[in-house]
Design a protein around this ligand. Structure first.
Ligand SMILES: [Mg+2]
Length: 308
């Protein structure tokens, strides 16, 4: 059964406190769209389009073009083309999960804390540790790997017992550097290494060669790519960014049917997208890995809520 909704959308911009440094370069402002649907009874539903074009999603301009084409009323479910996965997420999540956008996010969620790249990391874990974070993620592949491994050693020594560490190279290492990194990691030192190299063939080779658990991230940025990796034989961890992965219902079915080992990850979306992901994930039977979504500290408090 379809229903009619009034439809509108608005654009937001949220500057990071300091630019996010990744293997793809610097990122200083998060831009996205908030969509709003109103049913016949006047009830509001919200959804977020938070694209990351360099991660395989559509651009903001493409999302705006699609939203503009809808006019000011829609029939739900709204059919969104597969080329617009971040837009698919927003429309698939708005009605089931986009109600009451100000309800507090559950305190039971276990979060991973994203640490800054480089030497800053040696100071940056302490405050979140005191706030109760126990899982940390550190970006590598930003500087020379040998230098990063020296910092990593100091970080391992500094972190208290009970801390879990994830490394994320954003596909920025060569195969040789990935081997250097994995050979130097003491057994059990980290929870997993996330996407050291770009190629799936090389990821499969590394998984065969080393005991440290490996996760794919860039390779599974949407449902089509996720399916491809699974079919090619990837049986390690899958880091999934639901906000750019496409339809939430289809994503949930794929994960459940194959019992994938999943880590939920942020697309640096606002609380609207984040709340939808968490409400959805509560309905899924996920294994107990901390979600990589504790990123609000990357934004200034004055930008804590999206402008609608
Ligand atoms: Mg990653």
């Amino acid at each position: 059964m379809t229903s009619n909704y009034l439809f509108s959308f608005g654009r937001y911009q949220r500057p990071f406190l300091y630019p996010l440094q990744t293997a793809h370069g610097q990122w200083s402002v998060r831009e996205g769209l908030i969509i709003q649907l109103i049913d016949a009874a006047g009830k509001n539903y919200w959804g977020e389009i938070a694209p990351i074009p360099w991660f395989g999603s559509e651009s903001l301009a493409q999302a705006i073009e699609f939203c503009t084409s809808l006019g000011d009323a829609v029939c739900w479910p709204v059919v969104v083309p597969d080329q617009l996965p971040a837009t698919q997420f927003a429309f698939s999540s708005a009605i089931p999960y986009g109600y009451e956008p100000l309800e507090p996010i559950s305190a039971d969620v276990s979060w991973s804390f994203l640490l800054p790249a480089g030497e800053k990391v040696l100071e940056a874990w302490q405050q979140p540790w005191e706030l109760g974070y126990r899982t940390f993620k550190w970006k590598i592949g930003v500087a020379e790997i040998a230098k990063e491994l020296v910092i990593f050693d100091r970080l391992l020594t500094a972190l208290p017992q009970g801390a879990k560490l994830r490394l994320d190279a954003n596909a920025g290492l060569s195969y040789i550097d990935a081997c250097t990194c994995l050979s130097s990691l003491p057994t059990g030192a980290i929870e997993f290494l996330e996407q050291p190299v770009a190629s799936l063939t090389e990821m499969l080779r590394l998984a065969e060669r080393f005991d440290t658990p490996l996760a794919v991230d860039e390779l599974v940025s949407n449902l089509g790519r996720l399916r491809h990796c699974y079919e090619q034989g990837w049986r390690g961890i899958y880091v999934i960014k639901p906000c750019i992965a496409g339809s939430l219902a289809a994503l949930g079915d794929f994960i459940q049917e194959r019992q994938l080992d999943v880590v939920l990850s942020s697309s640096l979306e606002s609380s609207i997208g984040q709340r939808a992901v968490l409400r959805w994930s509560e309905e899924q039977e996920m294994q107990g890995r901390a979600a990589g979504m504790a990123t609000s500290s990357w934004f200034g408090l004055e930008h804590g809520k999206p402008r609608i």
